[in-house]
Design a binder for this molecule. Structure first.
Ligand SMILES: [Zn+2]
Length: 413
């Protein structure tokens, strides 16, 4: 999950100039239209903060989203890549959740079966803490290379870790020619702005004469737009895809797209592809024609207004819960939570944020500086309202509230 453009990509096209020049970083056409702005949001959502003061003093920057009317790609035209620290304190793992772990395990098994990945080599670009790569290696008895400045090999069981070479660095031209039967890139591409350059690099780095399957997973823009999920828009994510724009990007950078689908309650967008031998110009023709839809930007027309309405509504709900002394807490101390608080401006209305990831507990949120606590601490605080930051975890959270003997009313975004 932690990767950005390579240094040579950044040198070729400074990320903050991509939007300023009006050029789409995905299809390179010149038709970006702004549709939403947030000023001064925290630059990180999941970087661990060691004090309330550090959380509140965390750097902020502007979010100005624009949609490409040629391919549907959405980008933050004010994004500056240099703002981010992707290191060991970048705590993005969701594997503490049984819901998420089950999803990841099933996905790994399906990929191993579908592409016969047994006794093979797998490269994961932006492997995060390495849990998914470890799962692929366990299930198919594969070997792996995990590239990510935030990787933490010590969290992987020793037997599996022996099969994986972790490289705590950004993906770059230095990774050319790595043997791979599969290249995996999950929740990484949305952190990169020069996505066309990045995938061109991935394509160029593939060892000649090989056709590894490429698996890519990113948040889906479609559900964000449909449900006006303002909490899914944050500074770390400078790139947003729907099915068409993701497929277009892969086709234009030298891949044949095998499949594109939505998963995880339609929150994630997944794609499989293989490097193509077809000439780039032929491919461009086929997809560009298919996408030449003058109305591609139209779903964005009222998006900002719907987000504003939702922000107002949640602000009022939380303020009322606080006034009624229902001790509301937020559940899930990730980027969604940081974005939710930044957009609504809520602060003292909420005392605590809960997270089951022990690495997040007793740390503080970037932005508001809220203390992150373990679910067990709610036994004493006894909240009457819990607002979960993702509805996909509703059952899991309800089970934990029940186990703690708490009769708090559970709500979800
Ligand atoms: Zn475009």
């Amino acid at each position: 999950m932690a990767d950005n453009g390579t240094s040579d990509a950044a040198a070729a096209a400074p990320p903050h100039d991509a939007g300023a020049a009006g050029r789409c970083p995905a299809c390179l056409s010149v038709d970006l239209r702004g549709f939403l702005e947030y000023e001064q949001v925290p630059v990180h959502g999941v970087l661990l903060m060691y004090s309330r003061e550090a959380g509140r003093a965390h750097p902020r920057a502007d979010l100005q989203l624009a949609v490409c009317s040629a391919c549907g790609f959405v980008t933050n035209v004010r994004f500056e890549a240099g703002q981010h620290e992707y290191g060991p304190d970048y705590e993005e793992s969701q594997h503490c959740s049984s819901t998420f772990s089950r999803f990841a395990a099933e996905l790994a098994r399906r990929l191993v079966d579908d592409f016969d990945l047994r006794e093979k080599s797998i490269v994961e670009i932006g492997c995060g803490k390495g849990e998914f790569l470890a799962e692929l290696c366990r299930v198919g008895n594969n070997r792996g290379v995990g590239i990510d400045p935030a990787c933490r090999p010590e969290r992987i069981d020793a037997a599996t870790a022996e099969r994986i070479e972790f490289r705590p660095e950004f993906y770059s031209a230095q990774h050319a020619g790595l043997a791979a039967d599969m290249i995996c890139c999950r929740h990484t591409l949305e952190h990169i702005q020069p996505v066309h350059e990045f995938l061109t690099l991935v394509r160029r780095n593939i060892k000649s004469g090989t056709r590894p399957v490429v698996f890519c997973e990113v948040p889906s823009l479609e559900i964000i737009v449909r449900e006006a999920r303002f909490w899914d828009l944050y500074y770390e994510h400078c790139s947003y895809f729907d099915r068409a724009s993701l497929a277009t990007l892969f086709e234009r950078t030298g891949f044949d797209v095998l499949d594109v689908w939505l998963d995880y309650d339609e929150q994630y967008l997944c794609l499989t592809a293989r490097p193509s031998d077809q000439a780039a110009d032929e491919r461009r023709e086929s997809r560009a024609t298919a996408n030449a839809d003058p109305d591609v930007a139209s779903p964005m027309a009222d998006f900002a207004a719907r987000c504003r309405a939702s922000i107002t509504q949640w602000r009022e709900v939380l303020a009322a819960w606080s006034e009624q002394q229902l001790r509301p807490v937020l559940w899930g101390a990730g980027s969604k939570c940081v974005a939710f608080l930044a957009a609504t401006g809520l602060d003292e209305e909420v005392e605590y944020v809960v997270d089951i990831n022990p690495y997040k507990q007793d740390r503080f949120l970037p932005g508001t500086g809220h203390l992150v606590v373990a679910p067990e601490s709610l036994r004493e605080y006894r909240p009457r309202r819990v607002l979960a930051m993702n509805s996909v975890y509703r059952q899991e959270i309800q089970a934990q509230l029940d186990a703690l003997g708490l009769d708090a009313e559970l709500h979800t975004l």
